[in-house]
Structures are given as structure tokens and as C-alpha cells.
Design a protein around this ligand. Structure first.
Ligand SMILES: Cc1cc2nc3c(=O)[nH]c(=O)nc-3n(C[C@H](O)[C@H](O)[C@H](O)COP(=O)(O)OP(=O)(O)OC[C@H]3O[C@@H](n4cnc5c(N)ncnc54)[C@H](O)[C@@H]3O)c2cc1C
Length: 232
């Protein structure tokens, strides 16, 4: 998706009917909505989710579509701590049948090439990779080159661990220290150099620092895709 497709997609709002939510960990919830037959997305994209069942100050925020299109539901996974924002409070108040709206899909954080690929997730930044890996599996592992996921979480709260471990053709390394994350990133970069593709998702500070690390290891900008979660 290019800039102009995103500009058009931003204005395409559609209703999302809430089905249920479940807890992934102490502070992380997955909200599930009907997908509808007339809408889809590419694994890794996000949408602009709007609260419509009550008036709040900031009713619209971007969220990755954590489900793959093949799962046929829309899943949004987010952390909600003890002192939630009004937006997150509104999510917890959803009842089956309540409607939100979503604009999009947006972004180009997608697997397109059949190249050795390093996916680097920081915390909640695992959401686009869940979608990407589930979709690749549903398509019979379209990307046949090696895919290595580095999943960094200093609290060791690895979301979707059982699902990730069950996906064939993907190596997952769970990490809880920045030094180890840097070491693993540099190891892949020195093996595959600019023959590899590099995807980074998570809090903006983490995305920026790993992107700089890759560039310092002579990985060209064009091989690096970033999904920075502003707001963390
Ligand atoms: C491309 C993209 C994809 C993204 N994908 C995801 C995703 O998949 N999952 C995800 O979780 N996030 C994602 N984000 C980030 C998301 O849009 C939010 O910024 C983030 O979830 C924080 O939301 P919030 O409502 O808690 O934030 P804020 O409003 O910034 O609140 C942060 C904290 O401030 C305090 N606070 C704020 N308002 C109040 C209030 N009224 N009362 C009391 N305390 C308050 C609370 O402690 C709250 O937890 C993505 C962002 C981008 C740009």
C-alpha cells in the first residue's frame, strides 16, 4: 500500500461488530469483532479504530489487525493497565453486538519477498507478526526462505507463545535483554547482509534503536520495514 492508497483508505470507515474479549496475560486483552465478507486486509496492516458507543476525548487510535485475514475475524490485542485511558475503558465496556468503526486497512508492513527474513518484536509489537505468520502458514508457507522471529520482552510475558511455537517453518527466539537482542540481530545481519529483509515492530524508541543498529551493520534502509507504535 502506498501513501495515496492509505489516504483513500483513511476515509473508508466501516462498522465493526464486537463479539467477545479474552485475556492473553495479566494486562493484555484481545478484542474480537466480526470481519464481514466485504472487507479484508493484508497481514501486518493496521486500522484506525473509533469508539462510537460513548463520547470520549480521543475516540480514534491506530491498532494492528492482530488476526490474519484467513482467520475471518478481526482481532485487536492491547495492554490495559490499572489506570487505563478513556479509550481503553471504553473497550472494556463493549458488549456483544456493540459497534465500533474502523478505517483502513493502512500501511505496507507486509511480507512480499521470498527472502531470508528477520522479524523483531518488542512487547506488544508482536501483533503484526502474529498476523503475518498465521497468514503465511494459511497460504502453505508461501515464503519458503527462513523466517526468524526475535521476540523481546523484558517482563518475559510472551503473548501468543503457544501459537507461535506451533507454526512450522519459523524459528522463534524469546529474549529479555537488550544485549541479547542486539547480538541476535547482528548475527542475522552478518549472515544474510542485504540479501535479508528486516521487520521491526514495537514502541517507537525500540524501533528506532534497532533500525540504527541495522544501518550501522550496513543493512540498507530499503531492506528495513518499521511499524512504530506511537503511544508506548
Ligand atoms: C501503526 C500502529 C499500530 C499500533 N498497534 C497497536 C496494537 O496492536 N496494540 C496496542 O496496544 N497498541 C497499538 N498501537 C498504539 C495505540 O494506538 C495506542 O497509542 C496505545 O495502545 C496506547 O493507548 P492508550 O489509550 O493506553 O494511550 P494513552 O491515551 O497515551 O494513555 C497512556 C496511559 O496514560 C494514562 N491515561 C491516559 N488517559 C487517561 C485518562 N483519561 N485517565 C486516566 N489515565 C489516563 C493511562 O495510564 C494510560 O495507560 C499502535 C500504534 C500505531 C501507530
Amino acid at each position: 500500500m502506498g501513501f495515496f492508497q492509505d489516504m483513500v483508505a483513511v476515509f473508508k470507515k466501516r462498522a465493526l461488530v464486537f463479539l467477545e474479549y479474552s485475556k492473553e496475560s495479566k494486562d493484555v486483552y484481545t478484542f474480537v469483532f466480526e470481519k464481514g465478507d466485504d472487507w479484508t486486509w493484508k497481514a501486518g496492516q493496521h486500522g484506525l479504530l473509533t469508539v462510537t458507543h460513548k463520547k470520549i476525548k480521543t475516540p480514534t487510535k491506530p491498532f494492528t489487525l492482530a488476526s490474519s485475514p484467513s482467520e475471518n475475524v478481526v482481532k485487536i490485542t492491547t495492554s490495559i493497565t490499572d489506570n487505563p485511558s478513556d479509550f481503553k475503558k471504553a473497550l472494556l465496556e463493549l458488549k456483544p453486538g456493540t459497534k465500533m468503526t474502523i478505517a483502513g486497512p493502512l500501511g505496507s508492513f507486509n511480507l512480499t519477498d521470498n527472502k531470508p527474513t528477520l522479524l523483531i518484536a518488542g512487547g506488544i509489537g508482536i501483533t503484526p507478526f502474529r498476523s503475518i505468520l498465521k497468514q503465511n502458514e494459511a497460504e502453505g508457507n508461501r515464503v519458503t526462505e527462513q523466517i526468524h522471529l526475535l521476540y523481546m520482552d523484558s517482563n518475559k510475558t510472551y503473548l501468543f507463545k503457544d501459537e507461535l511455537d506451533a507454526i512450522a517453518n519459523v524459528t522463534v527466539t524469546y529474549l529479555d535483554s537488550r544485549d541479547d537482542l542486539h547480538w541476535e540481530t547482528e548475527k542475522f545481519a552478518s549472515s544474510y547482509k542485504d540479501n535479508g529483509n528486516y521487520f521491526i515492530a514495537g514502541p517507537k524508541a525500540m524501533v528506532d534503536s534497532i533500525s540504527t543498529l541495522l544501518k550501522n551493520n550496513n543493512i540498507p534502509k530499503r531492506n528495513i520495514k518499521k511499524d512504530a507504535f506511537y503511544g508506548y
